[in-house]
Ligand binder design. Structure first.
Ligand SMILES: NC(=O)c1ccc[n+]([C@@H]2O[C@H](COP(=O)([O-])OP(=O)(O)OC[C@H]3O[C@@H](n4cnc5c(N)ncnc54)[C@H](O)[C@@H]3O)[C@@H](O)[C@H]2O)c1
Length: 259
């Protein structure tokens, strides 16, 4: 197997976990870190740069794995593509405009990128099952729960789940607003008739429950991430798969044989 040179974008909780997983993976070599808010030049003896163009100029990489912030990812993606480096993106809160730009760029340059709101197999299955259940129930709500340091809400997983559920149906879900909302926002945010409720508390990692309601019954599909290591097999598999993929792949369904 040919060695894959991997750069990690982000030196936060996920970036460090990914770096450890890359270092432990067969036929992968960690070449360094990118971080827009970096204060150190090195981490674990490897270079850290806040300039993607400079970094890729001196540290060629085959793939960059990004877990940072939506304000940083588009600039990183541009520099990576210019340096012929493929992308695996886990950062959440990215807009539709970015997705369509990235899809166009990948097609034009005949290269590959993977973006996934959640790299944990259980979460991928939860989204898959929710998509399947969506056409059998007319009402659904999502409760997502995360640690209190998370910057965006709702979570990328919740938004993606809602988008997949609504795409699986011909009609929007029916959302019953309260006649009197005593506290604004009590019914959550709403997209395609699905209410999304975001809980932020210390002690949590990443959790989500999708609730469906129908005549005389409810169905709950729940996933709990108890540690960030849950994301690593999916991240490493995506970094290997992206080396042979063409275009933008959104989500890990195909990678896990769920399509
Ligand atoms: N797709 C998934 O499976 C998955 C799983 C967990 C986390 N995430 C996402 O990964 C991202 C990082 O999560 P984390 O827990 O490591 O967070 P963290 O706060 O520990 O780390 C954030 C990193 O981004 C950098 N950063 C923050 N704001 C920046 C800015 N404005 N410009 C440049 N760099 C900036 C920080 O320097 C740091 O390296 C978040 O978007 C989170 O939602 C995705």
């Amino acid at each position: 197997m040919e060695e894959i040179r991997v750069a990690v974008s982000g030196t936060g909780k996920m970036g460090r976990q990914v770096a450890g997983a890359v270092a432990a993976a067969d036929s992968m070599r960690l070449v360094g870190f990118l971080d827009g808010l970096a204060t150190e030049d090195t981490l674990d003896g490897l270079p850290v740069s806040n300039s993607p163009a400079d970094f890729f100029g001196t540290n060629p990489a085959d793939v960059v794995i990004d877990f940072t912030n939506a304000a940083w990812t588009p600039g990183l993606a541009q520099a990576a593509l210019d340096a012929d480096c493929r992308l695996v993106i886990g950062t959440t809160g990215l807009g539709e405009e970015f997705f369509s730009w990235l899809a166009d760029e990948c097609e034009k340059r005949e290269t590959g990128a993977v973006v996934a709101a959640n790299f944990a197999i259980g979460a991928v299955l939860m989204m898959h099952f929710a998509k399947q259940a969506a056409r059998f129930f007319d009402s659904a709500e999502i409760i997502e729960l995360h640690h209190d340091q998370k910057v965006d809400s709702p979570s990328g997983t919740a938004k993606t789940t809602a988008d997949l559920m609504s795409a699986a149906r011909e009609e929007a879900f029916s959302h019953r607003a309260s006649e009197k909302e005593v506290l604004p926002g009590a019914r959550g945010a709403e997209t395609s008739g699905i209410a999304i409720h975001s809980v932020r508390l210390p002690g949590l990692v990443a959790h989500q429950e999708v609730l469906f309601g129908g005549l005389g019954q409810t169905l709950s599909i729940r996933h709990d991430t108890t540690g960030r290591d849950s994301f690593m097999p999916g991240v490493i598999a995506a970094a290997r798969a992206v080396m042979d993929s063409k275009g933008l792949t959104v989500g890990l369904d195909r990678l896990f044989g769920l399509e």
